[in-house]
Design a protein around this ligand. Structure first.
Ligand SMILES: C[S@@+](CC[C@H](N)C(=O)[O-])C[C@H]1O[C@@H](n2cnc3c(N)ncnc32)[C@H](O)[C@@H]1O
Length: 437
């Protein structure tokens, strides 16, 4: 018998919002372990991502009726209000009845009465208007479900209007972004093939990129055979910036799951080589899987190593090029991973910057003279981007910045690629290139 999809969704939402689980991992595990029909799997996915991404807004809607209650009850109310407001095909009465049943089963008679009362009050009243909120920054945060501290951070760096544009674009569904492995096929051939089945477009940003509004590309034969891979258009610009030459020896300091490692490898001949590092065995295995699938495994060595030990491991002047695709807050990924915005560690910019600088500091000693470092992050905040580079260059006069260029001039800021998620509907992303004199 199939399990109740709302109960399954609530347990994932509780794990993510109350116990800091990652939404994608918690959801995948639950979907695998519970008996659900294909239709229910879709419903669970929508309830989980919809409720998590709009949690602050949803709580605000029921706030007048809820003084204090348990966290899971608040999550249940939010998930139900999400269905009532955003899912036209679910009748309000069905959403409320299901919530009351869950409250009775997971709590008791009193809690189910409370849930029933709140939801009846909510459905009887007119939907609150955001115009009730007088402070414009607070209003923006509540309207787009962004925590207050983070909203303030966006407004401080980008200004009010740009922040609104970014938040608005984060509400739109993510697109699927593919990269063609040009060592095995060409963009035209893949584009024509994919066009027969999907509504695809060529990427505006990456010459080897193809984008689609929807589609399950990981099930395709060409994905399995390594002719195409899934990679955001922004990430596709990193290997291009590194400009690997066929015989280069390259250090990929923070490599897992290896999306950029395999892309760089595609530029190398048999004489070229990449040392790919990461902290965890299970993550190194992901690089290996990618490398095998894209037919690049012979050019890549995997080492479990803290990149801050690169010099001790590899010695001086060992690499022609280095990629530091640094561990970061990931705040450029909110559209695809909405739970990121609620994580405490994502706004610990001091500690993140410290680690980012330490990685650059150590790896740079392994670079040959005239060698280049590309530093990239999937975040758009200065602390993890421009400030890191300013501090690094201030301490290392032997390095200088190499300005990056792109035919879309609006993605270049101070010689770096800086993609905000609203501009081309990509992840938020940053790339800078440095050269050792
Ligand atoms: C942004 S992700 C890299 C994504 C990867 N370059 C790609 O394109 O698929 C950062 C990676 O750095 C790893 N990492 C974090 N701290 C590290 C360190 N001190 N040394 C090496 N790797 C580290 C993380 O485990 C994570 O896999």
């Amino acid at each position: 018998m199939s399990n109740n999809p709302r109960r399954v969704a609530l347990s994932v939402i509780n794990d993510v919002l109350n116990n800091d689980a990652y939404a994608n991992i918690a959801l995948n595990e639950k979907i695998k372990s519970e008996h659900l029909t294909e239709l229910d799997k879709k419903l669970v996915t929508q309830l989980v991502y919809g409720t998590i991404s709009k949690k602050i807004t949803l709580d605000w809607y029921t706030k007048p009726y809820v003084k204090k209650t348990k966290k899971w009850v608040k999550n249940l109310l939010a998930m139900t209000v999400y269905q009532i407001i955003y899912m036209d095909r679910i009748p309000t009465s069905a959403a409320v009845d299901e919530a009351v049943k869950i409250a009775k089963k997971q709590g008791d008679q009193r809690l189910s009465g409370f849930v029933n009362g709140v939801l009846r009050n909510f459905t009887r009243a007119e939907l609150r208007s955001f115009d009730e909120i007088s402070d414009s920054t607070e209003k923006l945060g509540i309207q787009y479900s962004m925590p207050a501290e983070l909203t303030q951070k966006f407004v401080t760096q980008f200004g009010f209007e740009k922040t609104r544009q970014i938040f608005k674009s984060l509400e739109e569904p993510s697109r699927a972004s593919l990269r063609v492995n040009t060592t095995l096929t060409d963009v035209e051939t893949e584009f024509n093939k994919l066009s027969q089945e999907f509504d695809v477009e060529k990427s505006e940003l990456s010459s080897t990129g193809i984008v689609a509004k929807t589609g399950h590309f990981a099930d395709l034969l060409d994905f399995n055979d390594g002719l195409i891979t899934i990679q955001d258009e922004s990430s596709q610009l990193v290997a291009v910036a590194l400009d690997a030459q066929p015989n280069d020896k390259i250090l990929d300091a923070c490599a897992a799951p290896g999306g950029k490692t395999v892309h760089i490898a595609e530029y190398l001949s048999e004489q070229g080589h990449i040392e790919a590092l990461d902290l965890y065995d299970h993550k190194l295995r992901l690089i290996q899987q990618n490398a095998v699938r894209l037919h690049q495994a012979e050019k890549i060595s995997l080492t479990k190593l803290d990149a801050r030990q690169s010099f001790e491991k590899f010695g001086a002047e060992r690499f022609d090029k280095i990629l530091v695709d640094a561990p970061c807050s990931g705040l450029g990924l909110i559209r695809r991973k909405p739970d990121i915005k609620y994580r405490k560690e994502t706004t610990d910019f001091v500690n993140l910057q410290k680690v980012q600088l330490e990685i650059l500091e150590n790896t740079c000693k392994t670079l040959v003279s005239s060698g280049t470092i590309v530093y990239s992050t999937c975040t758009i905040f200065d602390e993890e981007n421009f400030q890191v580079i300013e501090k690094f260059l201030a301490k290392h006069p032997e390095f200088e910045q190499v300005p990056l260029t792109h035919e879309k001039a609006d993605i270049i800021k101070n010689g770096c690629i800086m993609l905000t998620p609203d501009a081309y509907h990509t992840d938020g992303f940053f790339i800078v290139k440095l050269c050792k004199k």
